[in-house]
Design a protein around this ligand. Structure first.
Ligand SMILES: NC(=O)c1ccc[n+]([C@@H]2O[C@H](COP(=O)([O-])OP(=O)(O)OC[C@H]3O[C@@H](n4cnc5c(N)ncnc54)[C@H](OP(=O)(O)O)[C@@H]3O)[C@@H](O)[C@H]2O)c1
Length: 311
């Protein structure tokens, strides 16, 4: 008889992080994915369709499935949508995480809750877990409230502040996809020269989150690449790797973009704590871009596209 596999519940399983996490984990874990509006076609794992705006819905799923590990990716993760619909943001980003954390504590499940670098105002950069957040948008405010609710309800939970890119279900969810598809069509786009970030590729982030759960880590962690760059430099590097015209990227200040939610400019992050806890360095930007490119060569974006359910 083989060993029983760990029951892993992933919320937001149709999202940019969740779907990649599920596909990555399915070989080694008994994965269940929770989706809301986008049911997946032909997913190699069972999925449940639930609307988490309904109070008690998350607790019910967790009690029914009784998972050993939960990665909570579901959120309203579009900054401008949060400005337009602050009540929905508060429900999903601030209140829901606490409910998930409480339910996990009750059934004895280990939880990794996903938060964001955007909790910082981005004035100084070089942020560690000790630094005080200063959210600048509805999304950032609610994500910070969500972090606090998780750790209050369940101090054993992991709160992972992240930033990531990668291939998504509809090909529209990450900045890297936006650069890739826009430049591939020969169209120009802006690249912010004054917004800095340290993203991981979602597939690597998925691995690292599972490694954190495996190691039994607890509390707040910054889970980023050890290298940071401007969004303009990111676009240029991506264009060069894919053989696209980097000259189509117009270097601009974020001030010129007219975005409704304020973006924090300098989100450079320190990763000393996670590197010490895992005993290895976090990946650099070149390694991440190479992984993103390799997935493209393997036809991964097309594979994801086949999972878009036709209604
Ligand atoms: N993307 C980034 O660069 C980034 C950066 C920092 C932090 N984060 C955080 O990372 C996590 C994952 O983000 P993501 O980019 O993967 O998000 P995403 O692509 O926007 O996906 C959001 C997921 O949440 C689900 N969801 C939304 N409303 C729901 C509801 N009412 N009930 C149940 N599920 C619902 C969606 O389901 P349906 O699509 O099926 O409706 C989808 O699976 C979030 O916590 C986000 O705040 C993201």
């Amino acid at each position: 008889m083989g060993e029983r596999r760990i029951r892993l519940l992933v919320t937001g399983a149709s999202g940019l992080l969740g779907i990649n996490l599920c596909l990555d984990a399915v070989a080694d874990f008994e994965v269940t994915g929770v989706v809301n509006s986008r049911r997946l076609a032909g997913a190699p794992f069972p999925q449940i369709q639930v609307d988490f705006t309904q109070p008690g819905s998350a607790a019910k799923i967790i009690e029914d499935i009784c998972p050993q590990w939960v990665v909570h990716c579901a959120a309203l993760a579009d900054l401008d949508a949060c400005e337009k619909n602050p009540d929905l943001s508060t429900r999903l980003n601030a209140h829901l995480p606490g409910e998930v954390a409480e339910a996990c504590r009750k059934v004895g499940a280990r939880l990794a809750h996903i938060s964001t670098d955007a909790v910082f105002d981005g004035e100084r950069g070089g942020y560690s877990e000790e630094d005080q957040p200063n959210p600048q948008s509805v999304y950032a405010r609610d994500k910070w409230l969500g972090e606090q609710a998780v750790l209050q309800a369940n101090p054993q939970a992991i709160v992972a502040r992240v930033n990531f890119y990668g291939w998504s279900l509809l090909g529209q969810r990450s900045l890297a996809e936006k650069f890739f598809y826009t430049l591939s069509a020969g169209r120009g786009m802006m690249g912010f020269t004054d917004v800095y970030f340290c993203p991981l590729v979602n597939r690597h982030l998925a691995h690292i989150l599972l490694e954190m759960l495996e190691k039994g880590l607890e509390g707040l962690y910054h889970v980023f690449s050890r290298e940071c760059q401007s969004k303009y430099a990111f676009g240029v590097a991506l264009a060069r790797r894919f053989g696209l015209d980097a000259g189509l990227i117009r270097p601009v200040s974020v001030q010129e973009a007219g975005l409704s939610a304020r973006r924090s400019p300098n989100l450079t992050m320190r990763v000393d704590k996670i590197e010490a806890a895992l005993g290895h360095p976090m990946p650099g930007q070149e390694e991440e871009l190479e992984a993103f490119y390799r997935l493209y060569q393997e036809g991964y974006p097309q594979r994801l596209r086949t999972m878009v359910a036709v209604e």
